[in-house]
Design a protein around this ligand. Structure first.
Ligand code: ASP
Length: 437
């Protein structure tokens, strides 16, 4: 068994968190490759090291003094080092970072040092080798990540016994440091998991994986034990995020499961994200519910629409011409609804878009409804199972929720329901409780 384990910023925010991380790593000899983030917030109102590094770089670039901001960074790392009783020469590494930033280093370089310095401390603390990801995580000149070249270059990791590989960054062809987007250490963890052909990619954070619904809407929702990559994609698209979206791809390709775990509750199993799973709970056809507000529905009606070749295409062309991207498109015999995000159709664009649809498609009517929330009910257990939608719609109607739109994806793994924003919370609760018995 071989595992790549990534720890997020809150898992490594101070010396006490470092101790928890070491206990977790030592508890399982398979945890041989460790990817740390930079120290995150220790409490509400605290600073994230990455934010402080960006701020320092901005100050330096503007020719302003950096000592106060950089002093906070210095204090965090030297504090962790001393509290853990390590002898790492973190001062020299910090001095170099400061000098580089004052010498005009890029924002990417500055931000990447958060993970780099944390990696130095963690490698020392665990007695693991330190491997700089700039050696193998590659971007092109334009900053696009190169997955295959990275995987080939990263093959040397297989010959390494145990290593700490800082998250979040790699290098461009000229050797300059380049970072992923924020939260990108998740991607590094997945890249390392793929390169070492890990059996599992463990992603340790401050929640025990995914919950069946948003806990701000449903009281104490049940955790999701197992979710497939495709289900997760549907849930994440609708706002359920724990992992950086791009982190899925390297491990998905290699069929490596991701286990999202809680550093503060290591006794909990967390959520397993897998390629395929049969084992949905027998009584429950759904895996999770996610939703978002802020959609707009354009309802178009035309008698005999079903016989008119190219009608939908003409509607879509008008929207494309105005840069309005489409989220869903349920159709009836003589009706077509297009759901777009509200912000992509601001008031000043509306009249033009409607007029153009009227001119090019000659419909009987076009109506626009704002403030629509979409709810995705996702579950591999729905496929080939009768009665799931009946259960959802019965629950919604008994709770007085008016359904504005229904769309079932062709994967049969997903039912999307549109409701008025004011009924969003009631709808999510109705659906959740319809599947809890
Ligand atoms: N430290 C970086 C950030 O704050 C990357 C990460 O934590 O994954 O975004």
């Amino acid at each position: 068994m071989l595992k790549a384990v990534k720890f997020g910023g809150s898992s490594l925010a101070d010396a006490h968190q470092f101790q928890k991380v070491r206990d977790i790593i030592l508890a399982d000899p398979a945890r041989r490759f460790v990817v740390p983030s930079a120290p995150g917030r220790r409490h509400d109102g605290d600073d994230k090291i990455t934010d402080l590094l960006y701020a320092t770089q901005r100050l330096a670039a503007a020719g302003e003094p950096i000592d106060e901001t950089f002093g906070k960074i210095f204090a965090r790392y030297t504090g962790i080092r001393s509290e853990l009783g390590l002898s790492t020469d973190i001062e020299s590494a910090l001095a170099k970072v400061k000098k580089d930033i004052l010498g005009g280093a890029s924002a990417d370089y500055a931000a990447s040092r958060g993970e780099y310095l944390n990696g130095l401390l963690l490698a020392d603390y665990l007695g693991y080798e330190f491997v700089d990801p700039a050696r193998f995580i590659l971007f092109d000149e334009g900053g696009r990540f190169l997955p295959e070249e990275t995987n080939d270059r990263g093959a040397f990791l297989k010959t390494v016994e145990r290593a700490v590989v800082p998250g979040f960054y790699g290098a461009k062809p000229d050797g300059s440091i380049h970072t992923f987007s924020r939260g990108g250490s998740d991607i590094t963890g997945a890249i390392v998991a793929r390169a070492i052909e890990a059996d599992v990619y463990e992603n340790w954070t401050d929640v025990s994986g995914f919950l069946m619904a948003d806990p701000r809407i449903v009281h104490n929702p049940a955790p999701i034990r197992t979710v497939t990559y495709s289900e997760l994609r549907e849930l994440a698209y609708m706002g359920a995020t724990v992992l950086h979206e791009e982190s899925i791809f390297p491990v998905r390709q290699a069929c490596i499961p991701i286990n999202v775990r809680n550093t503060n509750k290591p006794e909990e199993d967390g959520t397993m994200i897998v390629h395929e799973a049969e084992d949905y709970t027998a009584h429950c056809a759904i895996t999770g519910i996610a939703g978002k507000k802020g959609f707009t529905v354009i309802n178009i009606e035309k008698d005999q629409m079903n016989t008119e070749v190219g009608f939908a295409c003409r509607v879509l062309q008008v929207l494309a011409k105005h840069g309005v991207s489409i989220e869903h498109m349920p159709t009836g015999i003589d009706t077509l609804s297009v759901i777009v995000s509200g912000s992509s159709l601001p008031p000043e664009k509306r009249d033009t878009v409607i007029n153009e649809i009227m001119l090019t498609c000659e419909p009987d009517s076009v109506e626009i409804h704002d403030d629509i929330a979409l709810i995705a009910v996702v579950g591999r257990g729905m496929i080939n199972r009768v009665g799931t939608s009946a259960r959802i719609f019965t629950a919604l109607s008994s709770d007085g929720v008016n359904i504005r739109m229904i769309d079932q994806g062709s994967s049969e793994m997903n039912i999307i329901i549109g409701v008025e924003e004011a009924q969003f919370a009631a709808a999510v609760n109705a659906i959740y409780y319809a599947f809890q018995y």
